[in-house]
Design a protein around this ligand. Structure first.
Ligand SMILES: *Cc1c(COP(=O)(O)O)cnc(C)c1O
Length: 396
């Protein structure tokens, strides 16, 4: 037998973390890494936050799981907090981001179906989007590398170039149900949609009786300095998928919707065995306790401004390696002038700095939201040493 015990779908690197210590990870061999990847925007409170640990420990000893056939005081409490914090009136809890997007897709189709227009099943999505790895969510992306070997795709998705309002408008037809968009693309390379584009989608949705769905799985939960990124665009979506940061490391997602948008999601239309179980709700509740307040959000914005200024100042030293910095809050990308993977590996293996490669030659910087100036100093020192040794070894 040559197959690995873990199905070999990931190109796993040599870092093998066994312990977390605030904003650092400790490997099997004792190596200590600065974690500016956060499990891909998941560990918003870092790795050993006492409030999150205590909440999970306490709930594990009290009640871990019950069926959604029973009433859920734990779920109601978290859902109420989310609806008070956002545009939404109602919440469906899932165990992952892809499932949250799946629920959003079903909610949009059901809305039209319920309104007497079952033919309006098609969502307009955008180039280089990432919505997850289920059949529906890979079908929602135009990225062929995710489709290969898995055809046929699910029908009902049409792709427009990201940030191109006229192209999106041109795809609207009698079958259109709405738009599904990441306001700030993550895997696509930390590209934020322009205000004109995002506001334009809202206007088009209103004018044509369509739904606007935001995939904030990566950019949500305080990552960009507001609780959700849509707040920075001066509009609200009808449906929003969230996950990653919302459990702080506990697997949890949610589909948020207005009362109107959820009109088709009636008894028997959807479900999840684990979704929103008491243990997950304890984790979410602890995360919200920390991040869902103006003081914390202002702190994220201030920290992000300092980090970004340092990166922007630094990258000028290596004009052949670095192109530009983009993103919002603590969802930052450094676009390189080369493919990013070798540089990300170099930072990781030679300088114990964890970042994540993304599309469009971009290195993603996604630190825990609880970093302070010592972590920024350490990051710049490691990045600087990494850029120097990388340039010396592989001149570009
Ligand atoms: C990570 C991600 C997903 C998928 O989340 P999973 O938990 O891996 O299923 C969906 N959309 C966006 C924008 C993401 O970044």
């Amino acid at each position: 037998m040559t197959i690995t015990p873990l199905m070999p779908v990931y190109p796993r690197c040599g870092v093998r973390p066994v312990r977390g210590d605030h904003c650092h990870l400790i490997g099997e061999d004792g190596t200590r890494y600065l974690d500016f990847a956060s499990g891909i925007a998941v560990n918003v409170l870092g790795h050993s936050h006492p409030h999150l640990i205590a909440a999970i420990q306490h709930q594990a000893a009290t009640l871990m799981h019950v069926s959604n056939l029973y009433g859920s005081p734990q779920g109601e409490a978290v859902a109420r907090r989310l609806t008070e914090l956002t545009f939404a009136d109602t919440v469906f809890f899932t165990n992952s981001g892809a499932e949250a997007v799946e629920c959003a897709i079903k909610t949009a189709r059901a809305w039209h179906s319920h309104g007497g227009h079952p033919e309006r099943h098609e969502l307009i999505t955008f180039s280089n989007a990432f919505h997850g790895r289920t059949m529906a969510t890979i079908s929602a992306s135009d990225q062929e590398k995710m489709h290969k070997g898995f055809l046929p795709l699910l029908p009902g998705f049409r792709y427009a170039p990201f940030d191109d309002l006229a192209a999106a408008q041109a795809l609207i037809g009698p079958q259109t149900a709405g738009f599904l968009v990441e306001p700030i693309q993550g895997e696509g390379g930390i590209r934020d949609g322009s205000v004109e584009f995002i506001q334009g989608l809202r206007k088009l949705a209103d004018a044509h009786g369509l739904l606007l769905i935001f995939d904030e799985v990566q950019c949500g939960v305080a990552r960009t300095g507001t609780f959700y990124a849509y707040e920075q665009y001066g509009i609200t979506p009808d449906i929003l998928a969230t996950a990653k940061g919302i459990g702080g490391g506990f697997p949890l997602g949610a589909c948020l919707a207005t009362e109107d948008a959820a009109r088709g999601m009636v008894i028997g239309t959807h479900g999840s065995t684990y979704g929103g179980n008491p243990l997950a709700m304890a984790a979410a509740s602890a995360v919200l306790d920390v991040v869902a307040n103006e003081e914390f959000l202002a702190g994220v914005r201030a920290t992000a401004a300092r980090l970004r200024a340092r990166i922007e100042q630094f990258i000028g030293n290596y004009p052949d390696l670095f192109d530009l910095v983009r993103g919002r809050g603590l969802m930052l990308g450094i676009r390189l002038k080369i493919e990013p993977r070798a540089f990300v590996a170099h930072l990781r293996d030679r300088h114990q700095l964890l970042t994540v490669a993304a599309g469009d030659q971009t290195v993603r910087i996604l630190p825990p939201l609880v970093i302070d100036d010592t972590h920024i100093d350490e990051f710049i020192a490691r990045l600087s040493a990494g850029a120097a040794s990388f340039s010396a070894e592989s001149p570009v």
